[in-house]
Design a protein around this ligand. Structure first.
Ligand SMILES: *[C@@H]1O[C@H](CO)[C@@H](O)[C@H](O)[C@H]1NC(C)=O
Ligand SMILES: *[C@@H]1O[C@H](CO)[C@@H](O)[C@H](O)[C@H]1NC(C)=O
Ligand SMILES: *[C@@H]1O[C@H](CO)[C@@H](O)[C@H](O)[C@H]1NC(C)=O
Ligand SMILES: *[C@@H]1O[C@H](CO)[C@@H](O)[C@H](O)[C@H]1NC(C)=O
Ligand SMILES: *[C@@H]1O[C@H](CO)[C@@H](O)[C@H](O)[C@H]1NC(C)=O
Length: 420
């Protein structure tokens, strides 16, 4: 039991969006996910596959209503979908009476929506022009109420895109879905995406995918905390498959070396620069003590000391004080800011801290131990502008991973389940 827990704790997805809110302890931000149940991180023990069964969701991509089935036509050589009316939804969702009955349709009765094979910044220009504004408003108010939200949104995006592509598969509930992997303990912010989705279903029903909402929300979370507002391309469709067994194989453990992280990134077509840049997502958020407990050991005299001699001694002392529970055990509930001194600001202080031996997770600290990644860390520490410019490019690559377009996938009505 203990051993399993420890293994679990070692896997930190901090990577996955280290920005987690403190409550969810565990550098939930981008790259690594440290998750254990009590902590917030999404640690996924190697080789352990939770609920391997998973659910392969129905591949029926459109509702069976006559309206819907007649809605798919070929238009001008391109597949187009004639949208169903706002009231065409069967009463199959959980919103019940809370679901707005009146549909404010900006789309008229029949709208021809081109099904594009590529992403585009203007994807919703005609079908839902207010999409960016709507998501930004929801993210802003949620983040104002709860400062942990921006980190959580960023982390959720990483988890989504690294597992099965950016298709909101991370949001699907049910036995054996990605959400049932222990990494789910470090995930949060689902309610924010759900709220944006509800709003958009009123304004432009059955139009905006959950995967696009998540990408926009993560972009806006960065902006809200002082980072760059980067343009994003839209038109992703939501996936039909969500398997817990896909999670561990794709997510970065907080114990990973640079080489292991590089392999994982490279398998997705991402570079070492992307690794350093996206690790910069840890500029916001916090991590549970259990996600970096492995960075300390007890010496012959019974004192807790850092394993890595390069760790700043004062910083090590602070971490030990914060995380000490009883008799040398690590507190399972305490959390520490991933970017000491500036965890609510999306800035380049994370890189400055790394160079000073104040990286929190092992996956952070090792970035200064490889010549190539260290050079990038130094460049970003010197120039926030260069970090922000690189962020824009890496964010675009991250959010392009495994996207479904055209006739693939669907536009989910509820982000937590496939339309079926
Ligand atoms: C999950 O599995 C349990 C036990 O097999 C079952 O009772 C439950 O209905 C399932 N839930 C869903 C959402 O399929
Ligand atoms: C998270 O994972 C645990 C363990 O597998 C599971 O019991 C729980 O239901 C999951 N939470 C969600 C929201 O799926
Ligand atoms: C840095 O990491 C990359 C990726 O694993 C590796 O190819 C390279 O050899 C490493 N550089 C050094 C100096 O260790
Ligand atoms: C343990 O404490 C003794 C006496 O203070 C000291 O000489 C020794 O170096 C310490 N050992 C370690 C491993 O720190
Ligand atoms: C802590 O260690 C001391 C001495 O070994 C022991 O007496 C005590 O019961 C331990 N406390 C807990 C909570 O484990």
């Amino acid at each position: 039991m203990d051993q399993m827990r420890r293994r679990r704790q070692r896997i930190v997805l901090c990577w996955v969006l280290a920005t987690l809110p403190v409550s969810n302890a565990g550098c939930e931000s981008t790259v690594s996910t440290g998750a254990d149940a009590s902590t917030t991180k999404g640690a996924i023990p190697n080789g352990e596959v939770a609920g391997a069964k998973g659910i392969v969701l129905s591949t029926a991509s459109h509702s069976a209503s006559p309206e819907a089935s007649s809605a798919i036509r070929e238009v001008a050589g391109a597949k187009a979908v004639v949208s169903t009316r706002g009231n065409a939804y069967p009463e199959d969702n959980d919103a019940g009476s809370a679901r707005p009955k009146a549909i404010v349709s900006s789309c008229g009765d029949t709208v021809h929506k081109a099904v594009s094979e590529t992403l585009s910044p203007n994807f919703y220009a005609l079908s839902c022009p207010s999409v960016e504004l709507a998501v930004r408003d929801v993210v802003r108010s949620a983040s104002t109420l709860d400062s942990t939200i921006p980190g959580k949104l960023l982390r959720m995006l990483f988890h989504d895109c690294f597992v099965e592509g950016c298709d909101a598969s991370v949001m699907i509930e049910g036995n054996g879905t990605e959400r049932t992997d222990p990494a789910n303990l470090s995930l949060g912010g689902f309610n924010v995406i759900d709220a944006a989705k509800r709003l958009l279903e009123v304004v432009c029903p059955a139009t905006v995918s959950c995967s696009d909402i998540l990408v926009l929300a993560a972009r806006d979370a960065v902006t809200f905390t002082g980072g760059p507002s980067v343009p994003v391309s839209l038109g992703r469709r939501d996936g039909l498959v969500s398997l817990a067994s896909n999670v561990r194989a794709n997510i970065i453990d907080t114990g990973f070396s640079v080489d292991a992280m590089a392999r994982s990134f490279s398998a997705k077509g991402l570079t070492l620069d992307d690794l350093v840049t996206l690790s910069g997502g840890h500029t916001i958020g916090s991590a549970h003590c259990t996600t970096f407990g492995e960075r300390f050991r007890v010496d012959a005299n019974g004192s807790t000391v850092p394993v890595d001699a390069a760790m700043n001694a004062d910083y090590a002392g602070e971490l030990i004080r914060t995380c000490s529970a009883v008799n040398g055990t690590v507190s399972s509930t305490a959390a520490v800011d991933c970017d000491e001194g500036s965890a609510s600001r999306f800035d380049n202080a994370y890189f400055v801290n790394l160079l000073a031996g104040r990286g929190l997770l092992r996956t952070d600290a090792v970035l200064v131990q490889n010549a190539t990644t260290r050079a990038a860390v130094e460049a970003f520490a010197r120039s926030e502008e260069s970090f922000f410019a690189s962020w824009a490019a890496s964010f675009a690559r991250l959010t392009s991973l495994g996207v479904k377009t055209g006739a693939d996938g669907e536009v989910r009505r509820l982000c937590s389940r496939v339309n079926g």
